[in-house]
Design a protein around this ligand. Structure first.
Ligand code: AMP
Ligand code: ZN
Length: 666
C-alpha cells in the first residue's frame, strides 16, 4: 500500500468517526476547524488520486449531483402504514386482539415515539449504503439516494460488520431549530414561510440539486430493519443493533414488560413531547418478539403487531369572527383568522394564520364557523379544520379578496406562487412604511431614535414617502409633531446623520430588494464592490457569484431597471450614503476563515468587539451569538462570561485571544 493510499484511508476513517460523533452522538471531539482541515486535505488527495475513489468517502456528503427525475423502484420488502388508535381503550382492545390470536402468551412490547417526517428505506449490502427509497405507495418508492447521501446521520458505511442485504427503515426529519432557522432566513429575504417541518423535510428530499439538500439540517432516525435473513430476535435488539451500526436511534425508546408500563410511557410523553428537538405525533407500540410479529403478520395496509397511539394535538375549538388581510413590505398578502379568544396550551389565542387562498379553499373556512385551532411547532397557531355541524345556516363561502385591502389595487398571483401580491409597491401604505421600517432596522441602517411608530407618524403627516426622504427632514418639520420634544428630534436627526457612515453591504440590504437578505447583500457588495458595478450587472454576471441563483439575479436586475428605484438610489448617493466598499475592505477581504464560526465574548484591548466581528466576516467567517458544537473558536477578551468559557471547554471548542485571532489572519 502506498503512503497516499494509507493517508486517504486513515482520513476517511477519522472523518467518518468524527462525523458520527458530531451528528449521531452529538458529542464532537474536535473543532469544526480541525474537521474542515482534514476534509480539505482528503478532498485534495482524492482529486489528485482518482484511482482511490470510494463511494462511501465523507467528501461525498456535500452533494453536487443534479437529479432531473427520480426513478421508481420496487421495495424488496413492502413498507407498511400503521393502524392508529386515539384512546387508551382502543389500545387495550388491540392488545386483547393480539393475545387472542397468539393464544394468551407472555410477550413484551417496545414503545417508540412516532417521529413526524418522511419515511425512508435505506438498503445496505455488506455494510455499504446502496440505495435510499421513499415509501411511495408502500410497494414502490422513489430513488432519492443522491440526496440522502448528504444527510450526515445516514452512515455511508456501517460501523460494524453486518453482512447481507438489509433495508433499514426510518424517518427523515427536520429538527425544529433548523426549521426555525430556515424560516428566519426566508422572512429576512421576503419569501413565503415554510408551513411545517414535516412537509419541508419531505420537500427537501425531492430537491433536484443534492448540494441544496446538503445544506438543510435534515436528520435520519431509524426504527426498524427488514431483510431475508434476520439475525436478531426482538425489536429491542434491532434498535440496539442499529445504534451499534452507527445509525441514530433515539434513546427515548423503551422495552416494556407489561401494558401498564406501556401506558406509563404514553402518559409521560404526552406531557413531555414538546421538550424533544423535533416533532412527534404519537407513540408506536410494537410487539417486541419477532417470532410473535411473524405469527401476527400484516393486513393489506399495516402490521397487526404494531399500533400507533396518536397524541391529542393541543387544539381548541372557537369561533372565527372574521378574516382580515395583512400586507407585508414586499406586498405579499397574508390572510389572518380573527378568533374569539380561547385558551390553548397555556396562552390565549386571538389570531391564527390561514396562510393563503389555497389553504382557505382547502378548509372551506367561513366567517362565523367554529374552527379547530392547533399549535404545532410553529409560533403562530393555525386553523386545522372546521366543525361543519356547527356551521351557521346563513354562512357564505369565503371569497378571497381581489383588491389590496389598503390601496385597492387589484391583486396579482404569479404562476407557482402561493401568495397573492399587491403590485402597487410605490403607492401602497403598508408597503411604503414596511420598506422604511426595514431600511432603518438594526441590521440595515440601524437608525437610532426612530421606531416603527414614528415612521407611521411621519408617513401620515406626509413628511416621508420613501426612505430617501428621511435625509431631508428638518427640525422645523418635526418639532410640531405629537410626542416630538426637542430631545427626541435631536436624537432622531443624529441617528439619521450617523447612518450615512453605514457600510455599503448594509446599505444594499437596507434597499429592500426582494430575496436579498443580509448574507446575499454582503456577497453582492464584496463581489461587485460598488453600486455602479452592481447596477451594470446582467443576470449572467450575477449568477457567477457563489450562491446567487437565477431568482435572486432576476430580482436584482428588476430592481435596478425600475426608474423609481434608480431615482431613490441616486438621491441616497447625493446625501452621502456609502455605495462602495471601503478601501480597507477591498484589501482585507479574503476567504481565510471560510466555513468557520466564531463566538466573540468579553472586552478587548486592541480592536473593538464590533471591529473584531467585522474582521471575521470580511474574511469569510461567521459570527454566532452563543457557543455550540458548531463553534470553531471562542475569541475571548477580558471579563468574558464564565458560562461561555465552561460551555466551550465542555465541547472542546478552542478558546483564543485577540492576538491569536489576528495571527489566524496572518
Ligand atoms: P402512517 O403514515 O400514519 O400510516 O404511519 C406510518 C409511518 O409512521 C411509517 O411509514 C413511518 O415512516 C412512521 N414512523 C415514525 N416513527 C415510527 C416508529 N417509531 N416506528 C414505526 N414507524 C414510524
Ligand atoms: Zn396595496
Amino acid at each position: 500500500m502506498s503512503t497516499v493510499d494509507q493517508e486517504i484511508k486513515l482520513l476517511r476513517k477519522e472523518l467518518q468517526e468524527h462525523n458520527y460523533r458530531y451528528y449521531v452522538l452529538d458529542e464532537p471531539r474536535i473543532s469544526d476547524f480541525e474537521f474542515d482541515m482534514k476534509l480539505k486535505r482528503l478532498q485534495a488527495l482524492e482529486a489528485e488520486h482518482p484511482e482511490y475513489y470510494d463511494p462511501t468517502s465523507p467528501t461525498l456528503r456535500v452533494g453536487g449531483t443534479v437529479t432531473k427525475n427520480f426513478n421508481t423502484v420496487r421495495h424488496e420488502t413492502q413498507m407498511y402504514s400503521l393502524d392508529n388508535s386515539y384512546s387508551l381503550e382502543e389500545l387495550l382492545e388491540w392488545e386483547q386482539r393480539i393475545q387472542r390470536i397468539l393464544g394468551q402468551v407472555e410477550l413484551s412490547f417496545t414503545c417508540e415515539l412516532k417521529y413526524d417526517g418522511a419515511s425512508i428505506s435505506l438498503t445496505y449490502e455488506d455494510n455499504v449504503l446502496q440505495q435510499a427509497l421513499t415509501r411511495g405507495d408502500g410497494i414502490q418508492g422513489d430513488d432519492i439516494t443522491t440526496n440522502v447521501r448528504t444527510i450526515r446521520s445516514v452512515p455511508l458505511k456501517l460501523k460494524q460488520p453486518f453482512p447481507g442485504r438489509f433495508e433499514f427503515r426510518g424517518e427523515i426529519i427536520l429538527p425544529l431549530k433548523g426549521f426555525d432557522k430556515m424560516n428566519e432566513q426566508r422572512l429576512a429575504n421576503g419569501e413565503d414561510l415554510y408551513m411545517n417541518p414535516r412537509n419541508t423535510a419531505s420537500g427537501s428530499l425531492k430537491l433536484q440539486d443534492s448540494s441544496l439538500v446538503a445544506e438543510r439540517p435534515l436528520d435520519c432516525l431509524i426504527y426498524g430493519v427488514a431483510g431475508a435473513v434476520m439475525p436478531l430476535s426482538t425489536q429491542g435488539a434491532i434498535l440496539e443493533k442499529a445504534r451499534d451500526l452507527g445509525f441514530k436511534v433515539p434513546n427515548t425508546a423503551r422495552v416494556c414488560q407489561t401494558m401498564q408500563e406501556v401506558l406509563e410511557f404514553l402518559e409521560y410523553w404526552d406531557d413531555h413531547r414538546h421538550e424533544l428537538p423535533y416533532e412527534t405525533d404519537g407513540v408506536v407500540v410494537k410487539v417486541n418478539e419477532l417470532r410473535f410479529q411473524e405469527e401476527l403478520g400484516y393486513t393489506s395496509k399495516a402490521p397487526r403487531w404494531a399500533i400507533a397511539y396518536k397524541f391529542k394535538s393541543e387544539q381548541a375549538l372557537t369561533r372565527l369572527r372574521f378574516i382580515s388581510y395583512q400586507v407585508g413590505r414586499t406586498g405579499a398578502i397574508t390572510p389572518v383568522a380573527n378568533l374569539e379568544p380561547v385558551l390553548l396550551a397555556g396562552t390565549t389565542v386571538k389570531r391564527a394564520s390561514l396562510h393563503n387562498a389555497d389553504q382557505i379553499a382547502r378548509l372551506d373556512v367561513r366567517e362565523g364557523d367554529m374552527v379547530y385551532v392547533e399549535k404545532g411547532g410553529e409560533i403562530i397557531p393555525k386553523i386545522t379544520a372546521v366543525d361543519l355541524s356547527q356551521r351557521p345556516v346563513l354562512s357564505q363561502p369565503t371569497h378571497y379578496i381581489t383588491q389590496c385591502p389598503e390601496c385597492h389595487t387589484p391583486l396579482v398571483r404569479e404562476a407557482g406562487e402561493a401568495q397573492h401580491f399587491c403590485p402597487n409597491d410605490t403607492g401602497c401604505p403598508p408597503q411604503i412604511t414596511g420598506r422604511i421600517q426595514h431600511f432603518i432596522s438594526r441590521k440595515a441602517m440601524d437608525i437610532d431614535g426612530l421606531g416603527s411608530e414614528t415612521v407611521e407618524l411621519l408617513f401620515q403627516q406626509g413628511l416621508i414617502r420613501n426612505y430617501a426622504d428621511l435625509y431631508i427632514l428638518t427640525p422645523a418639520e418635526l418639532l410640531p409633531l405629537d410626542r416630538m420634544a426637542e430631545k427626541s428630534v435631536n436624537n432622531l436627526l443624529e441617528g439619521i446623520e450617523a447612518s450615512r457612515k453605514v457600510p455599503f453591504e448594509k446599505v444594499l440590504f437596507a434597499l429592500g430588494i426582494r430575496f436579498v437578505g443580509e448574507t446575499v447583500a454582503r456577497k453582492l457588495a464584496k463581489s461587485f464592490g460598488s453600486i455602479e458595478a452592481l447596477m451594470a450587472a446582467r443576470v449572467e454576471d450575477l449568477v457567477q457569484v457563489d450562491e446567487i441563483g437565477e431568482r435572486i439575479a432576476q430580482s436584482v436586475v428588476g430592481f435596478f431597471e425600475d426608474p423609481v428605484k434608480r431615482e431613490l438610489v441616486s438621491r441616497l448617493r447625493s446625501y452621502g450614503l456609502r455605495f462602495e466598499l471601503e478601501p480597507e475592505q477591498l484589501l482585507t477581504g479574503s476567504e481565510l476563515l471560510k466555513g468557520k464560526t466564531f463566538v466573540v465574548s468579553g472586552v478587548f484591548s486592541g480592536l473593538s468587539r464590533e471591529e473584531l466581528k467585522k474582521r471575521i466576516e470580511d474574511n469569510g467567517g461567521k459570527v454566532a451569538a452563543s457557543v455550540s458544537s458548531k463553534t470553531s473558536y471562542l475569541v475571548a477578551g477580558d471579563k468574558m462570561g464564565p458560562s461561555k468559557r465552561e460551555k466551550a471547554e465542555k465541547l472542546g471548542v478552542p478558546i483564543i485571544s485577540e492576538d491569536e485571532f489576528l495571527a489566524l489572519l496572518g
